[in-house]
Ligand binder design. Structure first.
Ligand code: SIN
Length: 499
């Protein structure tokens, strides 16, 4: 067992297998892949390399379990989710350690993620008993129309590495609340958090087959096709890149028409108007840009600052990054504020964006380089001034710790710039003018707006995008709807006028 793992209070939460039909198993082939700590490059452990056959076994288990799980009362499902939530809180330290070990985000952030992840189980335990239908006055005499909500069936949940805990519970919490059963394909980079979570669900009494978790690395295409093309799978929920989302959607349409939710890439504009509280805007930018070292879909990607406050904002932001941010491995040193990126490909992309911007005239205010002395996956938190639309960062999601500052003059100009992207996930803006607040919030082409805040993530708030950022909503009262269908029943009670 790798050295950090010995710090787990409950060592049985570290699981190098997949859960299928209530049993932790290996791949039939016996093949595995290695999972590495991005901070050190050390192997944390191995997980099964699942194939088509292995995946089909998990789907079959979920289909079998659905027959009985759909009959569990809403209150019964709520109790299971609440039990799972309680176990997450009891094991929060171990879960946070696993998140940091395999994702690299600093321990304080990992703890925040675990609390955020648990909040989805709490939220959906409360939503489960409230999936009301309607009674509808009918057009035709003698009829009464009613609707009921039914679970869609087996769901394939394909989750990303940037939130190893929260993206599992945000999807699985909603699915179970609705009465669905699931096959979770956890990411090859961060499978151990998912395994620990699923083990806790099992301990909370979630019946066998209701949650299955599978892993793969090299067989990702085969496993993806199996999940999307199986006639037993009725819904696919995916968080990841737009390209993969499009591919999965095509595959979902090839055999059966599945319900789909896609939470895809972003390229969030972050706008600071000259009437904003600049200190608050700086704090907002720090949170929105540098959370998880810039590796969230809702991270500010393009920071637009109005002419009159540009220099003030840029200097304050750069000073904060220079004076307060410490890059490193938070398991080695408690004062570290920002961990490594997930792998060297991520570092490469971030570096490319910086080099491209500088070659086209941008100025580095702070950071701007790799940190090989810490390891191949570290990059300095960076602030760039003098950004222009010709630079790569303007049109591509950096997914790393680079704040690129663009200067603008008018509200009209900046709204146009903000919307000049295919992506439409999140946007942020800072202003003290109420009329501008409404005007700009409505004009931004995104699914989520942060007004005078850089943090919009909340289990109570609908999360999701428009345009090439996908569709469907997670969390909130809308999240559970993604896992249900509406059944209409027309009741004919007759047209006699006896009473
Ligand atoms: C994501 O990056 O996909 C999720 C971010 C969040 O929930 O805050």
């Amino acid at each position: 067992m790798a050295s950090y793992l010995s710090q787990l209070k409950d060592k049985s939460l570290f699981i190098e297998q997949c859960l299928v039909n209530g049993r932790w198993i290996h791949a039939k082939s016996g093949r595995t892949f290695k999972v590495e700590n991005p901070a050190t490059g050390e192997a944390i452990g191995e997980c099964p390399e699942f194939s088509k056959d292995d995946t089909e076994a998990a789907i079959n288990a979920a289909a079998q379990a659905f027959n009985s799980f759909r009959k569990v009362t809403a209150r019964g499902r709520a109790k299971l989710l609440r039990g799972w939530y309680n176990l997450m809180l009891e094991n929060a330290d171990d879960l946070s350690l696993l998140v940091t070990l395999e994702n690299g985000k600093v321990l304080a952030e990992a703890k925040g993620e675990v609390a955020y992840a648990a909040s989805f189980l709490e939220w959906f335990s409360e939503e489960a008993p409230r999936t009301y239908g309607d009674t509808i006055p009918a057009t035709n005499a003698g009829n009464q129309v009613i609707t009921i909500k039914e679970p869609v069936g087996v769901c394939a949940l394909i989750t990303p590495w940037n939130f190893p805990a929260a993206m599992i519970t945000r999807k699985a919490g909603a699915a179970l609340a609705a009465g669905c059963t699931v096959v979770i394909k956890s990411p090859a980079e961060t499978p151990f958090t998912a395994n620990a979570l699923v083990e806790l669900a099992h301990r909370a009494g979630v019946p066998k087959g209701v949650i299955n978790v599978i892993t793969t690395d090299r067989n990702i295409v085969e496993v993806g096709r199996t999940l999307t093309m199986s006639p037993l799978v009725k819904k696919v929920s995916f968080t990841g890149s737009t390209n993969v989302g499009k591919l999965l959607m095509r595959q979902c349409a090839e055999t059966t028409l599945k319900k789909i939710s896609l939470e895809l890439g972003g390229n969030a504009p972050f706008i600071v108007f000259d009437d904003a509280d600049i200190e608050a805007a700086v704090q907002g930018a720090l949170v929105s840009k540098f959370r998880s070292s810039g590796q969230t879909c809702v991270c500010a990607n393009r920071i637009f600052v109005q002419d009159a406050v540009y220099d003030k904002f840029a200097n304050k932001l750069a000073a904060h990054v220079r004076d307060n941010f410490v890059v490193g491995d938070s398991l080695k040193s408690a004062n570290v504020t920002h961990g490594p990126l997930i792998h060297d490909r991520a570092v490469q992309k971030v570096h490319e964006h910086v080099i491209d911007a500088v070659s086209k005239g941008a100025k580095i205010l702070v950071g701007g380089r790799k940190v090989p002395e810490l390891g191949p996956n570290f990059f300095q938190p960076t602030v760039l001034a003098g950004m222009t639309c010709e630079m790569k960062l303007a049109s591509e999601e950096t997914f790393g710790p680079v704040a690129g500052l663009f200067r603008f003059k008018t509200e009209q100009e900046v709204v146009k710039l903000a919307n000049s992207t295919d992506m439409g996930l999140a946007a942020y803006f800072f202003t003290k003018d109420n009329q501008r607040a409404w005007r700009v919030a409505k004009a931004l082409e995104v699914g989520m707006v942060g007004l005078n805040t850089g943090l919009i993530s909340d289990s109570a708030a609908p999360f999701g995008g428009i345009k090439s950022s996908g569709f469907g909503r997670e969390g909130s009262k809308y999240g559970i709807e993604e896992y249900m269908t509406v059944k209409m029943i027309t009741f004919y009670y007759g047209v006699t006028s006896a009473i």
